[in-house]
Design a protein. Structure first.
Length: 159
């Protein structure tokens, strides 16, 4: 009557690394996220990196400067660092923040899109990340109507 004993267990137990129908499942397929050797991508977020920049299309923006705020999400496999407790096996977020801060305060751009693109290119070219999300906020943009924020967000990844 009931389903007890060895027969029921045989039909419900799956072997490690096997899918529903007994087919092999790779680590990449199991996580569904390509881009790292293990196939998984985790994230590290840095929010509110703030610096004065001289970005904008108007002369007074480039002359006087204004605050810009950058948020980053670094996409990388954190398991090597998490299992080894070794800083060399991850992206050093303090160094990333310093690098982004310097870019905000560095070469002026007319568009915040160009600033975001430059930051993404620098992060991908310098740190062991598979992808990066960059949001650049321009809270004091010269807009005639009341507003809270202007921001652009982009995601760039390694080819």
């Amino acid at each position: 009557m009931g389903c007890s004993g060895p027969r029921s267990r045989r039909h419900t137990r799956r072997r490690e690394g096997r899918g529903r129908h007994g087919t092999a499942v790779s680590d990449r397929a199991a996580t569904g996220t390509p881009g790292s050797p293990s196939g998984r991508l985790d994230s590290v977020s840095l929010r509110g990196i703030t610096a004065t920049g001289h970005h904008g299309v108007f002369a007074h923006e480039r002359r006087d400067g204004q605050p810009f705020v950058v948020d980053l999400v670094l996409h990388l496999d954190l398991q090597p660092a998490g299992t080894s407790d070794d800083l060399a096996r991850t992206a050093h977020y303090g160094e990333v923040a310093d690098h982004v801060h310097a870019i905000i305060g560095g070469e002026p751009f007319e568009l915040i899109e160009a600033l975001a693109e430059t930051i993404a290119t620098a992060v991908l070219g310098t740190y062991p990340v598979a992808a990066v999300d960059v949001t650049v906020h321009k809270p004091q943009a010269p807009i005639a109507v009341p507003f809270d924020d202007v921001a652009v967000t982009l995601r760039r990844s390694r080819p």
